[in-house]
Ligand binder design. Structure first.
Ligand code: GTP
Ligand code: MG
Length: 193
């Protein structure tokens, strides 16, 4: 998809604040600092519409990005960020879980992992949650620019095996830095709209 028109709708902390257009939604999930907001920016061709940071914990609310009056990307706070208190982590979990399990417009969760390293225990928990609730999932392994191309397949295999991925779930390579995998990711998303 060639993106010309993007509107950041709102930062939602309660379901009453979710947008009402009814467009298909694609929500990001992943560890803090893994590159979720950067993924959105690369996909829509904006350098920094979704705020990114080298420090984890940048995204704190559900942020809806309306794309071409056709779909929403939903930026989601990352998990596994040690510095937040236990109570706010629990609140996080509840809020995100509620969105992901109850939102009828949600077409798929895009789970972002780091291609460089095996998925963490938190990554596995997230993926298991998506499987448990039968939420369609696209796994994107990002930061591919940090790995030589000849090693991508080996790292992909480790991601697939560590997450114990369902064979029907796609696993795509990506780099927000270099723009790798943008077309493939759009193809996957558009096939689910
Ligand atoms: P939270 O909002 O804290 O959950 O983080 P996030 O997952 O949204 O991460 P964000 O997009 O803010 O990126 C975190 C850091 O990783 C930033 O310093 C980005 O520049 C860097 N980064 C993201 N994607 C890539 C990539 O594909 N390659 C490289 N080399 N760096 C990346
Ligand atoms: Mg973010």
């Amino acid at each position: 998809m060639k993106v010309h028109n993007v509107e950041m709708i709102m930062s939602a902390v309660r379901p009453e604040q979710y947008p009402e257009e009814g467009y298909p939604e694609f929500a990001l999930a992943g560890r803090s600092n893994v590159g979720k907001s950067s993924f959105i920016n690369k996909m829509i061709g904006r350098k920094s519409l979704a705020r990114t940071s080298s420090k984890p914990g940048k995204t704190q609310t559900l942020n809806f990005y309306k794309i071409e009056e056709q779909l929403f990307f939903v930026d989601v706070p990352g998990y596994g960020y040690a510095k937040v208190s236990k109570s706010s982590r629990e609140a996080w979990g509840k809020f995100i879980q509620q969105y992901m399990t109850e939102r009828e417009h949600l077409r798929a969760v895009i789970q972002i992992v780091d291609l460089r390293h095996p998925p963490t225990a938190d990554d596995c928990t997230m993926y298991d949650f998506l499987v448990h609730y039968q939420i369609p999932t696209i796994v994107i392994a990002t930061k591919a620019d940090k790995i030589p191309r000849g090693k991508w397949e080996k790292h992909k295999k480790i991601v697939r095996e560590t997450l114990e991925m369902r064979s029907e779930d796609p696993l795509l390579i990506f780099s927000s830095e270099k723009g790798i995998g943008v077309e493939e990711a759009w193809k996957e998303i558009e096939s689910r709209m």
